[in-house]
Design a protein. Structure first.
Length: 79
């Protein structure tokens, strides 16, 4: 389960809303840092599989990319 503080951090990424955060939770992503270094297409495919249908379009993949970029920026600032 994604903690509220992590949910707020994720929602700061461009084009990320509550539904996308729920999809990430569905595939086991619990922290923004879980996404650092991830591939947006792979995350989108995992979401599609979890939902049992093709759901993620190009805009969804781009939104995931924005979230991954945020995760990587924050990871870089932590060191």
């Amino acid at each position: 389960m994604i903690e509220e503080s992590e949910r707020r951090r994720m929602l700061r990424a461009h084009s990320i809303g509550p539904k996308m955060v729920a999809y990430l939770e569905e595939i086991g992503i619990e922290r923004l840092s879980d996404l650092a270094g991830a591939d947006p297409e792979t995350i989108a495919m995992r979401i599609d599989i979890a939902l049992g249908r093709k759901h993620m379009n190009r805009m969804g993949v781009e939104a995931i990319g924005n979230l991954i970029a945020l995760a990587e920026r924050e990871a870089g600032g932590a060191g």
